[in-house]
Design a protein around this ligand. Structure first.
Ligand SMILES: [Zn+2]
Length: 328
């Protein structure tokens, strides 16, 4: 083999390397886009301590502590101090925490205090860095009464807001959830969490829920086991069901046409809690799913263990077809 051939092979190798780098670059660009959408939370580990280094504003995150003889785990987070115990027959204590969509801090402290059955205690301190996603703007047109509610409805709206807040601020000591949780309806996401909304030309609060495509009368399934904490009919939310999954985790199902459960009732994972509708401030039949963790409305899609259609980069989030119009 002469020098010239070697050189050609060398150049070819270089060409392939560059081609390889280019396609790797294209993949990296995809990843960069994908990184802006929530990834499903990892399943909780059976042993050891799991705490993420980075968390995202508006998204729940998981911490998990598993140790032989663990009696309780005290969590100090975001101005709250709460103690959790492993459930019967378990030695792992998973806790969902969250940071609000409007969080300004670049990092937040997390303190854990573990207590064992023999009385030993240990304290762990962390600083979690808080990152923000770039949420797109969404423009919607609705009936004027839902942008500026009539005077006589203001009191009602205030009362309902307080009622909802009182429910989701409560932290129940039993954990009924596990990860991943179920998707409540099979349809695509037509409006994802966090979209910055301009309604009838006016800037409004961002979308603090996930809208799923569905048809009037379709069944709505509970994301996991839990206790029905509230059934009501609200001005904005329409017919609503709130399920308490324990440890401060709630799922809220809005705009229903029918409610199939009673307050205080225990529901199973996937159990029908009502039917799809368009009650309250809604532009057509769909499910608006809200998800609350320790009183913050965060992105429930993160707990579903799958990259939902509508969250996948490259798939249009806002199309102009009829289905995409059914939201709020
Ligand atoms: Zn919505």
């Amino acid at each position: 083999m002469n020098h010239r051939i070697l050189k050609t092979i060398g150049l070819r190798a270089l060409f392939f390397m560059v081609a390889g780098l280019l396609s790797a670059g294209a993949i990296n660009a995809d990843y960069a886009r994908a990184e802006k959408i929530p990834s499903p939370l990892p399943p909780f580990s059976s042993r050891g301590l799991f705490v993420p280094e980075t968390i995202w504003a508006g998204e729940p995150f998981l911490i998990s502590f598993g140790a032989e003889g663990l009696r309780s785990l005290e969590v100090i987070w975001n101005g709250k101090r709460l103690a959790f115990a492993p459930q019967a027959g378990e030695e792992t204590c998973p806790v969902l925490l969250a940071v609000s969509l409007t969080e300004k801090a670049a990092s937040l402290p997390l303190i854990l205090q573990a207590r064992w059955t023999d009385g030993t205690t240990r304290r762990y301190a962390y600083r979690l860095s808080v990152r923000k996603r770039n949420y797109p703007v969404q423009r919607i047109t609705v009936d004027a009464k839902y942008v500026t509610p009539p005077e006589e409805e203001r009191e009602r709206i205030k009362r309902e807001r307080a009622q909802l807040r009182a429910v989701i601020d409560r932290i129940s000591p039993a954990r009924y959830w596990s990860l991943p949780m179920l998707r409540p309806v099979p349809g695509e996401v037509t409006s994802r969490y966090g979209l910055r909304r301009v309604i009838n030309g006016q800037e409004r609060a961002p979308h603090k829920g996930v809208d799923f495509d569905a048809n009037e009368g379709d069944p709505v399934a509970a994301m996991d086991r839990g206790v029905v904490a509230l059934t009501a009919e609200h001005y904005y939310n329409g017919k609503i069901v709130i399920v308490d999954h324990g440890f401060g985790v709630y799922s809220l199902y809005l705009h229903l046409s029918d409610i199939a459960v009673k307050q205080g009732q225990f529901v199973g994972r996937g159990e029908r809690i009502g039917l799809i509708g368009s009650t309250g401030r809604s532009t057509g039949p769909h499910l608006h799913l809200s998800f609350a963790v320790w009183g913050d409305m965060v992105d429930g899609a993160t707990c579903m263990g799958e990259r939902l259609p509508g969250y996948i980069p490259g798939v249009k989030e806002q199309s102009s077809d009829e289905k995409a119009k059914r939201q709020l």
